[in-house]
Design a protein around this ligand. Structure first.
Ligand code: PA5
Length: 411
């Protein structure tokens, strides 16, 4: 950010203690204390699913879905996975569910149904439909062996069904809410099935905690959390746009929007989280970003460059691109990012750049860098919500539409 503001480090330290002490703050220490037996169980069950299934259908919505999808897409695991992931139960669309049924037709599949409450309508409908498909294909007994339920360890409809039918289960820890749960079995199990290095995801989170919360005065995380609140409170910037130059981060953006939207948007206040993928969106929202209402600030994500990027070839053309011949596409993309930053700052937009470097990463984006970013944003989000004076871990507002809907559906 261009303007330097005075940060209250004593307050930052206090807020971190508040997060640790919150009954829903268990995600904060989990990466450093993840039970070894739980990690072993995740790997064991994942290996079994890989052996028996071409697809694992992950049923869940919101925080029970977006984290796994964000990492799956960002790492492009679908191109290498022995057992690919499909995502269902994240909308009310029959058409979307038909697509999933079509993909698994004639293939071997298992189901990971993920719902802490066990009563959320979208995943519950999808689970019914997919469970029927599983039973039709394998029979009741074998179907039960192909269902893995990730849910509340003590109560709830899904917990009860899992117990009654002897499904394999993983716990959503009681002290962790959906949108802070990607680094629990909610995200780690499906990602292990898809071949992600889940130890590295946890290592990335630990690295963030160790480097960003050890010396608060030099912490990018604290600076980000406090500066975004300052921009909102003092400068009238009530929209934050998360920007990157990598289309595979589309679902990372979705995860981030859910995290901040559900955590901060309360009591008629909060920063509206939006996102763009450049350079694609420079050709759609670019005009607004440059020249529209100045109630926006922008947060850029930057990763290590890919090790073996495509180069722009020398080939007879009339496109006038001779000046780019033999240059890697990553270099062009980096210059585009630099240029966008300059242009938007000149247009009056405050910007942050969060750079996550993993020199080992073949593709620039790695488990280590994503684990780091997940913990970075979870912690920054919880601090920001506390600065707004709201509870980062509840979501009373999402109950209202459900009440209206259940009335209309005659529940
Ligand atoms: O972040 C949250 O708490 C929510 O997004 C929930 O994860 C989402 O509503 C799904 O809830 P459940 O896991 O109970 O089905």
């Amino acid at each position: 950010m261009k303007d330097v503001i005075d940060l209250d480090y004593a307050l930052a330290a206090e807020l971190i203690e508040d997060i640790k002490d919150d009954p829903m703050g268990d995600w904060f220490d989990l990466p450093s204390r993840f039970p070894h037996y739980e990690l072993e169980k995740i790997q064991e069950v994942a290996a079994r699913v890989q052996k028996t299934s071409d697809y694992l259908v992950c049923i869940g919505i919101g925080g029970s879905y977006l984290g796994a999808r964000a990492v799956y897409e960002a790492l492009d695991l679908g191109s290498t996975a022995k057992c690919k992931l499909l995502f269902a139960g994240n909308s009310m669309s029959s058409r979307e569910l038909k697509k999933v049924l079509k993909t698994i037709d004639g293939k071997d599949f298992s189901i990971n149904v993920i719902s802490k409450s066990g009563t959320t309508l979208e995943p519950a409908i999808a689970f019914r439909i997919l469970k029927k498909a599983l039973i039709d294909k394998y029979g009741k007994e074998e179907a039960a062996k192909r269902i893995i339920a990730t849910t509340d360890p003590e109560t709830g409809a899904l917990h009860d069904e899992a117990k009654a039918n002897d499904y394999e289960t993983f716990d959503v820890p009681l002290g962790i809410g959906g949108r802070y749960s990607v680094l629990t079995p909610v995200g780690l199990f499906p990602l292990a099935v898809a071949g992600a290095d889940i130890d590295k995801l946890l290592e990335g989170a630990r690295h963030c905690k160790d480097t960003q919360l050890y010396d608060l005065e030099n912490s990018m995380l604290i600076s980000y959390a406090f500066s975004r609140f300052y921009l909102y409170d003092e400068c009238g910037c009530d929209v934050e746009v998360l920007a990157s130059f990598e289309p595979s981060l589309l679902y990372f953006n979705e995860w981030w929007k859910q995290l901040f939207g559900e955590s901060e948007g309360k009591n008629k206040q909060g920063i509206f989280p939006a996102s763009v993928i450049y350079s694609t969106d420079l050709h759609s929202l670019g005009q607004y970003m440059q020249d529209g209402r100045r109630n926006i600030f922008e947060t850029f994500l930057k990763f290590s460059p890919e090790k073996d990027p495509l180069k722009i070839p020398k080939v007879a053309s009339s496109d006038g691109l001779e000046y780019l011949e033999n240059k890697p596409m990553t270099e062009v993309s980096e210059k585009a990012l630099e240029a966008t930053l300059k242009a938007h700052e000149a247009g009056g937009i405050s910007t942050f750049t969060i750079e996550v470097l993993d020199p080992e990463a073949e593709n620039g984006i790695s488990e280590l860098s994503l684990g780091f970013l997940i913990f970075f944003f979870e912690t920054a989000c919880a601090i920001s919500a506390l600065l707004h004076g709201v509870d980062p871990f509840n979501q009373p507002g999402v109950e209202r539409y459900k009440k209206e809907m259940f009335k209309l559906l005659g529940k």
